[in-house]
Write a new protein. Structure first.
Ligand code: RVP
Length: 497
């Protein structure tokens, strides 16, 4: 007969936090959201500390380089997905590692022999009014000049005329070598009254454009997550099938952290792959998962995992529980694994952080996950809503939505994540759908952070370790859950500006 695990499988909606005493110095401005990312000696600092406890899901619909850049600039970490060729994933790692704040890779580029009509169309498509003129019309061709919307107008100039007739040739364009820093570039923009400063490499090939409008950009992001060379940090998902090829290429490209991504990480496959990774690349942290109980946590920690992801079946796009009848309520899973993590720390002196992955439907769910013991969270649906996520933005009668689909859906066909006995998916474990569009990540995350800090203040905690150690949780009855919501007719605010 099967063993019956004690306790009910519970989810975040079933809990609330009780306020603790708040001291005078405990204010939102004083709250520190730093979180350990990787295994370390208990009591010492983790080699990589997130500055805000957020990571993005290892999913096609979530973790583009744009999203990873935006998230690292907020102090979190993006995990680029692995459901594609090694070369494509490597290119995305490079795109994040090569990102220089204020230095943009030009997306509006022409050859001198292109027509003004073509240039106009391109500017309309990209929405940018400055184009680089390069020998091959790419963002990395030899710089031959610049042409802006001030140099020509479709009603004044013949659409068939060539770009070369209106461009400012490179000899007359102020430009710089690419090793210039942002403050120096900004100084030139102001002193020489420039709108744009192109940078080139030693053979004159275009590298970046620096615009005056990006001047204040850096000040918006005081908590960026960067490596020792001041480059943004980035993570990458890997799988237990091609890791011997994928990991070396990702490490070579400069990836900061790896994560074995499996819907069920409690397997000898994953233990073997972790052992291989730690043997060949001991200096590169590698996470494991997903698991939902203490036994599985200890198994992966013993195999060398540097952090462990928690969650099976709770993802917003996930139908694993419907399809296979496995999984566990996310709150129960986090509480159980956190207890095992603490026991592991007491037994071995090693602290192996855990990540609550999936099923965070409200901002307060993040706070609950952190209170229950998660060191940081991973989110898919949440990030898929923002401009920086790769899903298409689609207009509907009720406003814009963004596409969001699971890795176990037929659309993603990520058979490496879902071991169903062979290449390809035999049945779906995820759905393909939409999430409400939420604009820019910076603004959205700021609201979430504000709510987490406000709750921590109510609970009298100024850092996450204290929050975990002192939080008091209560289970809610169905009746008291109803009481959480407004009980008057709510005035309609949609449509007000
Ligand atoms: P959510 O944040 O609730 O959208 O969940 C995202 C998580 O769901 C991912 O990090 C992953 O663990 C899981 N996932 C991804 N695809 C699927 C699926 O197709 N079932 N599930």
């Amino acid at each position: 007969m099967a063993q019956l695990v004690e306790g009910i499988s519970r989810t975040f909606n079933e809990f609330l936090l009780l306020p603790n005493r708040t001291s005078l110095e405990c204010t939102p401005a004083a709250v520190d959201l730093r979180a350990p990312l990787v295994r370390h000696v208990a009591g010492e600092a983790s080699a990589i500390e997130l500055r805000t406890p957020f990571t993005s899901a290892i999913m096609q619909a979530v973790s583009s380089p744009e999203l990873a850049i935006a998230l690292a600039r907020e102090g979190g970490l993006g995990f680029l997905h692995h459901n594609r060729s090694v070369e494509d994933q490597v290119a995305d790692v490079r795109a994040v590692k090569n990102f220089k704040a204020g230095f943009v890779v030009s997306d509006t580029n022409v050859r001198p022999t292109d027509t003004l009509g073509h240039l106009w169309e391109l500017m309309e498509r990209t929405g940018h009014t400055t184009a680089a003129v390069t020998d091959d019309g790419t963002a990395s061709g030899r710089l031959l000049g610049l042409v802006t919307s001030r140099d020509f107008h479709p009603q004044r100039h013949d659409a068939a005329a060539l770009v070369s007739t209106r461009m400012v040739p490179v000899e007359k364009v102020a430009h710089s070598s690419d090793d210039i820093g942002l403050s120096e570039a900004n100084a030139r923009l102001w002193e020489e009254r420039l709108d744009c400063l192109p940078t080139v490499d030693e053979s004159g090939r275009l590298r970046h454009l620096v615009f005056r409008s990006d001047y204040t950009d850096n000040k918006r992001f005081p908590t960026q997550l960067v490596d020792d060379g001041k480059r943004l940090r980035v993570g990458a998902g890997v799988n237990t099938h091609d890791y011997r090829d994928r990991i070396p290429a990702l490490v070579e490209a400069g990836v900061d952290v790896l994560a074995f991504d499996s819907s069920d990480g409690f397997s000898d496959w994953q233990a073997e792959a972790l052992t291989w990774a730690k043997k060949h690349y001991p200096e590169v942290p590698v996470g494991g998962g997903n698991v939902v109980d203490g036994e599985a946590f200890t198994f992966l920690a013993d195999a060398g995992a540097d952090f462990i992801k928690v969650g099976v079946g709770g993802g917003s796009i996930c139908i694993t529980r419907d399809q296979k009848g496995i999984g566990r309520g996310q709150a129960s899973a986090v509480l159980d694994v956190a207890a095992a993590r603490d026991a592991y720390r007491d037994n071995t002196g090693q602290y192996v952080p855990i990540c609550s992955d999936g099923g965070l439907l409200h901002d307060y769910h993040v706070t609950l996950a952190l209170a229950m013991g998660a060191d940081f969270v991973m989110m898919g649906r949440y990030f898929a809503r923002f401009d920086q996520a790769p899903g298409a933005k689609v207009p509907t009668r009720d406003g814009f939505v963004k596409e969001y689909w699971g890795e176990g859906s037929s659309r993603a066909r990520n058979w490496q994540r879902y071991g169903q006995g062979g290449r390809g998916l035999l049945f779906e474990e995820g759905v393909d759908g939409y999430v409400p569009y939420a604009g820019d990540l910076h603004e959205g995350l700021a609201t979430t952070i504000a709510k987490i800090k406000a709750t921590m203040v109510s609970c009298g905690a100024m850092d996450l370790a204290t929050f975990k150690a002192t939080a008091r949780l209560t289970l809610v009855s169905e009746q008291s859950f109803q009481e959480s919501h407004a009980t008057v007719t709510v005035r309609e605010t949609a449509g007000l500006d």
